[in-house]
Design a protein around this ligand. Structure first.
Ligand SMILES: Nc1nc2c(ncn2[C@@H]2O[C@H](COP(=O)(O)OP(=O)(O)OP(=O)(O)O)[C@@H](O)[C@H]2O)c(=O)[nH]1
Ligand SMILES: [Mg+2]
Length: 139
């Protein structure tokens, strides 16, 4: 009978990501930036919620948005019209964001000084839910 090893790669990917997410959350806390990770299925109203939240809060706080999508930039162009700072993140076929991608997005957004950053995660309920992005709160 042949013998072989079983290696739980998924587990190490998740534990590395969790570590990076905790570091990012701590950095954001020090900078007083609240990062909200918005997750839901495709077409369920994420961008509409982002737009209404900006309208309601833009007088009292500096808001930035990171729009994640496999390829398009339709949502970022809608958010840009509100005057809020926005960046589009293309995942290149991946159906989720992890902590490292989120950190790259925050750097490119130049999130320093923002009170609230909303991350509209990729429209999918399976993959995004598995990855901690480092957000202060996930909805
Ligand atoms: N009736 C109704 N329609 C809504 C509501 N919220 C959003 N919509 C509509 O639903 C459609 C999709 O809304 P989006 O906000 O673009 O949804 P999304 O989750 O960002 O979509 P993706 O980014 O493509 O995954 C749009 O035509 C919205 O106008 C709601 O509360 N009620
Ligand atoms: Mg959207």
């Amino acid at each position: 009978m042949s013998s072989y090893k079983i290696i739980e790669i998924k587990e190490s990917v998740f534990s590395n990501n969790d570590r990076q997410a905790d570091i990012l959350r701590e950095e954001l806390k020090k900078k007083k930036t609240f990062l909200l990770n918005l997750m839901s299925s495709p077409g369920s109203g994420k961008t509409t919620t982002v737009l209404r939240t900006i309208e309601a809060l833009m007088e009292e706080m500096n808001i930035g948005v990171m729009e994640a999508d496999i390829d398009s930039d339709v949502d970022a162009s809608l958010v840009a019209k509100t005057g809020a700072k926005v960046i589009q993140l293309h995942t290149g076929g991946m159906c989720h964001l992890d902590a490292d991608m989120t950190k790259q997005g925050l750097d490119e957004l130049e999130a320093e000084g923002l009170d609230l950053v909303i991350l509209e995660n990729v429209g999918n309920l399976v993959c995004p839910a598995e990855f901690d992005t480092g957000a202060s709160k996930t909805l």
